[in-house]
Design a protein around this ligand. Structure first.
Ligand code: ZN
Length: 149
């Protein structure tokens, strides 16, 4: 196992064990629930957006280590960012997790989220990793539920 893989695994384990922003927001401006029936992950994403800026973002629910770590990494990355910046990160995450094969995600824009790269090799795990991001997009579009199916 390479050092980088070990480092990435540590990031995921850490975010699973101590998820960041793992709580509800009382009166979110945006909210969506995401389901991944393949794995049984069920996450809710809460956002408090003021003047196109993500003042607060959090998540709640239950899921496997990958889905929780991905949601935790997402909230840590997007808090305080503008909607435009959030959309850029979403598009880099799509490159990282879904591809195409030769796509080069902007690792600087992704930060710690790049730790999820390894799941790309496991098709079934990709849906765990993308769940929170699908829910985020649904919330931004004003939909309240989404499913990876
Ligand atoms: Zn899962």
């Amino acid at each position: 196992m390479s050092d980088l893989t070990e480092l990435y695994q540590e990031v995921i384990l850490d975010h699973n064990k101590r998820p960041r922003n793992f709580r509800k927001i009382d009166q979110p401006t945006h909210f969506a629930e995401g389901h991944n029936p393949l794995c049984g992950d069920e996450l809710s994403i809460f956002l408090d957006i003021q003047d196109d800026k993500i003042d607060d973002v959090s998540f709640d629910g239950q899921g496997c280590a990958i889905s929780k770590a991905s949601a935790s990494l997402m909230t840590a990355r997007l808090k305080g960012k503008s909607i435009e910046e959030a959309r850029e990160v979403i598009s880099e995450v799509r490159k990282l997790l879904i591809g195409p094969e030769d796509s080069k995600p902007d690792l600087e824009a992704l930060g710690d989220i790049a730790a999820l790269e390894g799941v790309k090799k496991f098709a079934i795990r990709v849906k765990c990793a993308t769940l929170a991001w699908h829910a985020l997009e649904a919330a931004l579009e004003g939909k309240s539920t989404t499913s990876t199916e």
